[in-house]
Design a protein around this ligand. Structure first.
Ligand code: UD1
Length: 340
């Protein structure tokens, strides 16, 4: 059934890909984004790819209660997908107040506006980082959590608030999706991961090194207890993540309360394996040097993705080669990026 979905952070990397997926499946999309780490150009690309218009865009900071309330009054969404957040792990260690303010206070403001406007369906953007130093491989949703930085802690605090809220207010329907490492881009090459300022995540670094905008990759440690000593992650194609959100919106009404799902492939890839796969797909050489570990990093994080597969009969369909190929195509189509 088509719904009106309010997407916070809809101009960002995962948000914009999710908007494409929602529009292509007949949903009406209202985007709220403060553009602090994104560009309205992303929404123009969303419309180009999907051949449909975003119903409305509001440049609003989610902490701005009255502006957010206006959006709810005007558009009466059926459900909210809440991406808007700060997300750089290293930065969060230096700026914990800012991270708790945007990620926790912002989510609380959103919840209070939803409550006031009788909107009870929320898909919450959570993170595998809530698991901290993983106790096992792969990780299931019931495995212990233990965030190692303020970013991860902010996501866990939000999950805890949502779980308690659902216990007290039984008509709420919440899905928390814990993403592992989303990379890649839409196959058109029109959307990309375009962070402002310093680059932190590995794929935007690889594509920019491949085109010569950066010299080389610093591999953060080769003394982890992994096969080649470098960090192992569960990379997941961003379009698979977007599909999961569309499915979430369509299935959220099936149960009251809160449900939490991992979004990953179940496959671990080391930094050096990713470098090699990217080199193979792009035909470019990625110079690198091994440096010390990055504070807050963990050795291995791999999802057990079976819970979401069982619940929705849904699994990821795009492999590491597709992730590298699509990220590389997006880099080549947007040599200077599209942040205005
Ligand atoms: C982290 C969070 C994740 C969050 C994401 C958002 C953890 C464990 N995970 O992902 O939940 O959604 O940030 O930004 O905190 N690497 C290098 N050199 C680089 C950059 C990265 O070697 O220049 C390595 C890292 O050490 C890591 C892997 O590449 O092993 C992936 O790093 P990155 O892309 O930054 O993601 P995470 O830190 O895993």
């Amino acid at each position: 059934m088509p719904t009106t979905v309010l997407v916070t952070g809809g101009a960002g990397f995962i948000g914009s890909h999710t908007c494409v997926e929602l529009l292509r499946n007949g949903h009406s999309v209202v985007v709220v984004d403060d553009l602090s780490n994104s560009s309205p150009q992303a929404l123009a690309r969303v419309e180009q790819i999907s051949g449909k218009a975003v119903h409305a865009f509001h440049q609003v900071d989610i902490r701005d209660r009255s502006a957010l309330a206006d959006v709810f009054t005007r558009h009466r969404p059926d459900a909210v997908i809440h991406f808007a957040a700060r997300k750089a792990v290293g930065e969060s260690v230096a700026l914990p107040v800012e991270y708790y303010d945007t990620n926790v206070a912002g989510t609380l403001t959103l919840l209070s506006v939803m409550h006031e406007h009788h909107v009870r369906r929320l898909v919450f953007s959570s993170s595998c980082s809530v698991y901290g130093n993983a106790t096992k491989v792969p990780l299931g949703e019931l495995d212990p959590v233990g965030p190692t930085n303020p970013y991860a802690a902010s996501k866990l605090i939000c999950e805890q608030v949502l779980a308690d809220l659902c216990r007290r207010l039984p008509d709420w329907q919440v899905l928390a999706l814990r993403y592992f490492n989303p990379i890649g881009a839409h196959a058109s090459g029109l959307l990309n991961e375009e962070p402002r300022g310093a680059l932190n995540n590995i794929m935007p670094l690889l594509t920019r090194i491949a085109v010569g905008r950066l010299d080389r990759l610093d591999v953060y440690g080769d003394d982890y207890p992994t096969a080649d000593g470098t960090g192992v992650r569960d990379y997941i194609h961003v379009v698979d993540v977007a599909e999961a959100h569309r499915t979430a919106v369509e299935r959220i009404g099936e149960a009251n309360g809160m449900r939490t799902f991992n979004l990953g492939t179940g496959q671990g890839t080391s930094v050096l394996q990713l470098v090699r796969e990217f080199e193979r797909v792009s035909g470019r050489t990625i110079p690198y040097r091994v440096t010390g570990r990055r504070p807050g990093d963990v050795a291995v994080l791999v999802a057990d993705p079976t819970a979401v597969a069982r619940a929705w009969n849904w699994t990821t369909t795009r492999d590491l080669a597709a992730m590298c190929r699509d990220a590389w195509r997006a880099q080549q189509r947007n040599p200077a990026g599209y942040l205005a």
